[in-house]
Design a protein around this ligand. Structure first.
Ligand code: ADP
Ligand code: MG
Length: 245
């Protein structure tokens, strides 16, 4: 059975001619100049590009943190332009799992409580919250660290807690912004291995990275340059394996 057999017909992410302009008139910066992109369910995509190419801008659009100046973004069948601030907040909470470069864990709160947080916002009851957060921590190999606070964990472990937090709502899309940017090479390998496992489970993952070796661990590498997609290709790892995901 190939991975593609599991894919739903409709893409999870559909960007059609997205532009993003900051400022107006002579000061206008065209950060995205017409980006079109489909990401299917189960796809594991890396977005690369030099500094200033529009990666963070695209990440903010994909994460429903910003609405594009023009074009259409359809996430899991919803045109995000039609949603009000409450609906966008709900989508961010329930459909997207965010992983950040700096982990963004709440200090002096246990790993378990950190992972429970998205479920608190989603108004999930206490017992279910606890159970799902523990499951998520166990899935990243940190069940035994549930009561530890972030500062008692290594960088790699903190990022695994952040991944557990991203997964605990069973999001449609995992969105990671330079997830290994603050990690040493051993922890980086650990996190990349984690993403590999998630991809095998059929999760949809988009990783923003400027590091080629991180990008090549994905299935599909998209290159941005000056606000446009200039390449969209199979990663070296998938290429070497001789299969197209
Ligand atoms: P990257 O993440 O690839 O480095 P960005 O998306 O941050 O690129 O930036 C793309 C372009 O948009 C750059 O020219 C940047 O200076 C500009 N830009 C980003 N954010 C803003 C902003 N809030 N106001 C004005 N210009 C911005
Ligand atoms: Mg950036």
């Amino acid at each position: 059975m190939s991975l593609s057999d599991d894919r739903a017909a409709d893409p999870v992410v559909q960007l059609a001619d997205i532009t993003q302009v900051y400022g107006t008139g002579d000061a206008a910066v065209h950060a995205l100049r017409g980006v079109s992109l489909d990401v299917a369910q189960g796809d594991y995509v890396a977005i690369m590009g030099p500094s200033g190419s529009g990666k963070s801008t695209l990440m903010n659009v994909l994460g429903c943190l910003d609405v594009a100046s023009s074009g259409t973004y359809t996430l899991a069948g919803n045109d995000v332009k039609t949603l009000d601030e409450n609906a966008l907040a709900r989508i961010r909470n329930q459909q997207i799992g965010f992983v950040f470069q700096s982990f963004n864990l709440v200090p002096r709160m246990s790993a378990l409580a950190n992972v429970e947080l998205p479920l608190v916002y989603a108004r999930v009851g206490r017992a279910e919250r606890r159970e799902r957060a523990l499951d998520a921590l166990e899935a990243v190999g940190l069940g035994s660290r549930a009561s530890h606070q972030p500062q008692e964990l290594s960088g790699g472990q903190q990022q695994r807690v952040a991944i557990a937090r991203a997964l605990v709502t069973s999001p449609t899309l995992v969105l990671a912004d330079e997830p290994t940017g603050n990690l040493d090479s051993t922890s980086t390998d650990e996190i990349l291995e984690m993403f590999n496992l998630l991809a095998l489970e059929g999760r949809t993952i988009i990783v923003i990275t400027h590091e080629a070796h991180v990008a090549e661990q994905s299935h599909r590498v998209i290159t941005l340059s000056d606000g446009l997609i200039v390449a969209d290709r199979t990663s070296a790892r998938i290429h070497a394996a001789g299969v197209r995901p």
